[in-house]
Design a binder for this molecule. Structure first.
Ligand SMILES: CCCCCCCCCCC/C=C/C(=O)SCCNC(=O)CCNC(=O)[C@H](O)C(C)(C)COP(=O)(O)OP(=O)(O)OC[C@H]1O[C@@H](n2cnc3c(N)ncnc32)[C@H](O)[C@@H]1OP(=O)(O)O
Length: 287
């Protein structure tokens, strides 16, 4: 929990809104606070592993929209779960899905990619733990990533769950890590510890713990203190426009491809086995 000296009224409004969006009305899916310098911390708190279901993705998306409206200086995405940033997409959303919900899920995923990648504010992630597949995509859509050394791993291990990485996912990674590193990372599904992630450019800095990771994000956001926000945004978005235009143009096709992959019986069989192995791990650990 962060101790911030001042929480603005605007933030109180944001917090109310996110709470209303949560699937569990008694508990918000993100904890949102803004410090006196206008830096927001958006802390995912969907226990146990912050898996990305529709509601969490929408809540993050709406939180960023509100922070943009409130002219926040920047935001730090982080997690309340110890040792886990996020376990990626919620596998339960993909397992024997209801078609209507799966379509909603895909839309929420695409909305979030575009919102994060095209955000007007400075966006960062303090990654303190596992950040696989969809969670790595979330991190890649931001401007800057700091990650704690130690057990934490980050990577696009989509093939482990039988999802061949989509072109836009590979493009997003290539923009950050370059062609060669992306090719190696995607074909091997390698999960990078922080130091290796830094070497290939997947993260920007290695931190000693979560607090340090958050501080490094703040420092990064403050680098822009002397740059006019509108000029920074214009420059960022003009450099990202090619990806955004291409994404918008192919969005319908990406949606169809994703739905086809998920509904393929071979994928569902593989997912059955994968989910059982996750549950089995727990049984073994308890024995
Ligand atoms: C801006 C972009 C937005 C989104 C973009 C996505 C774009 C496309 C991306 C391309 C395709 C991506 C696909 C995916 O993301 S699929 C998910 C991949 N993730 C994984 O394979 C992680 C699986 N989980 C684990 O390896 C471990 O659980 C983990 C290391 C995360 C934690 O280990 P730990 O030992 O601490 O905890 P448990 O394993 O006991 O897990 C606790 C419970 O949580 C359940 N669980 C875990 N992961 C998931 C998940 N991804 N979805 C749903 N549920 C999950 C696990 O089964 C345990 O449940 P129970 O307590 O009921 O047993």
């Amino acid at each position: 929990m962060f101790h911030l000296r001042k929480v603005s009224r605007d933030v109180a409004r944001v917090a109310v809104k996110t709470r209303r969006l949560s699937s569990a009305p008694e508990r918000s899916l993100v904890d949102l606070s803004v410090d006196k310098e206008g830096i927001a911390i958006v802390q995912m708190q969907r226990a146990p592993v912050n898996s990305l279901n529709i509601e969490l993705m929408r809540t993050i998306c709406d939180s960023v929209s509100d922070l943009e409206k409130d002219k926040c200086k920047g935001m730090i995405l982080t997690s309340a779960s110890p040792n886990i940033f996020s376990a990626g997409m919620d596998l339960m959303e993909l397992h024997n899905p209801d078609m209507k919900r799966l379509e909603e899920f895909s839309k929420s995923m695409f909305d979030l990619v575009l919102k994060l990648f095209g955000s007007k504010i400075v966006t960062t992630a303090a990654i303190d733990g596992y950040s696989g597949a969809g969670a790595c995509v979330v991190a890649l859509a931001l401007d800057y990533r700091s990650m704690t050394a130690g057990k934490a791993r980050i990577g696009l291990n989509d093939t482990a769950v039988g999802i061949p990485p989509a072109k836009w996912v590979a493009d997003l990674m290539t923009r950050t890590m370059g062609q060669r590193n992306t090719e190696l990372a995607l074909t091997s599904s390698f999960m990078f510890p922080a130091e290796r992630a830094l070497q290939v450019g997947l993260v920007d800095e290695v931190a000693k713990d979560k607090e340090d990771a958050v501080e490094r994000c703040k420092k990064f956001i403050k680098l822009y203190d002397n740059i006019l926000p509108a000029v920074r945004t214009h420059t960022k978005l003009s450099l990202r426009q090619d990806f955004i235009v291409e994404f918008e143009k192919n969005r319908e096709q990406y949606l169809k491809d994703f739905m086809n992959t998920i509904t393929n019986p071979a994928f569902q069989n593989g997912l059955d086995i994968y989910i059982s192995s996750l549950k089995q791990k727990k049984v073994k650990a308890a024995a």
